[in-house]
Design a binder for this molecule. Sequence first.
Ligand code: GUE
Length: 298
Amino acid sequence: MAQLIDGKRLSNQVLQDVACEVERLRSEHNVVPTLAVVLVGEDPASQVYVRNKVKRAKEAGMGSILHRLDAGTTQGELNRLIDRLNHDSQVHGILVQLPLPSHLDEDEVIAAINPAKDVDGFHPLNVGALAAGQASLVPCTPQGCMIMLHRVMPELRGKHAVVVGRSNIVGKPMAALLLQADCTVTMAHSRTQEIESLCRNADIVIAAAGRPGLVGADWIKPGATVIDVGINAVEVEGTRKLVGDVAFDAVSRTAGAITPVPGGVGPMTIACLLLNTTRAARQQLASLAPPRPSVSCP
Ligand SMILES: Nc1nc(=O)c2c([nH]1)NC[C@@H]1CN(c3ccc(C(=O)N[C@@H](CCC(=O)O)C(=O)O)cc3)C=[N+]21
């Protein structure tokens, strides 16, 4: 049976470090790292996630401000709110919950966020920095996946990783991080041919396709590590249940290590969001600090 990678427990360790850094920022610099979360519309799943984020932020001693806007909010109104948060020195991180209602342009909203406060790591500047290996704010889900991976595979160098899914929020940044860790990386997606045998060659499979139970036991090389990013709400015998992109029971008999859903990548994502918020606060503090005396020219 595969080793279970406990995201709930691991996320609590990350959150402990976050709380420690929050306390340091408060006592040494009188700064309370603060996250602003913007939620447009009434999507019930989004409301659950957003509530979780705010709750965890409070537990870590951080500030959090929830801006709930109604579903009819215009692009102009949203842009103006972002602009206000960009200039608010009490706000260190800004997260606009995605997806947005279809009349709003997500790319435009993301581009409007001050890159220094972009704790999702979605702004083109942060995307480019990650691609160039100069990352500052790294997308939360891939960052959480890397922490989980390192727990069971301290040496990633030369390992073959297959990323299933090519989204901007998970697949692409995930591939960049694995590459940076010296993995051999293959990106697979809905148009990939012979995806099963491709995955069966992998030491690491990251399932981020958004398709419940897509990855079966015959996709997995015995002993491989499987990270399940999927969060799919399905009905099982009339009750709502959360399942991943991996057929968990079957795959856990083949894999060497596996993350569960729930209790896997989800809690790690939230922990990394708060970690990014403390990093953003620290960075903003540094850029506000008076310039160091420089060596004067003769
Ligand atoms: N700008 C933006 N940034 C995001 O990071 C973002 C987003 N938009 N939109 C939605 C997705 C989804 N997401 C989740 C985070 C944690 C859990 C999580 O903690 N899930 C729990 C279960 C929660 C439940 O019971 O419903 C678990 O997996 O154990 C789930 C989903 C962040 N997202």
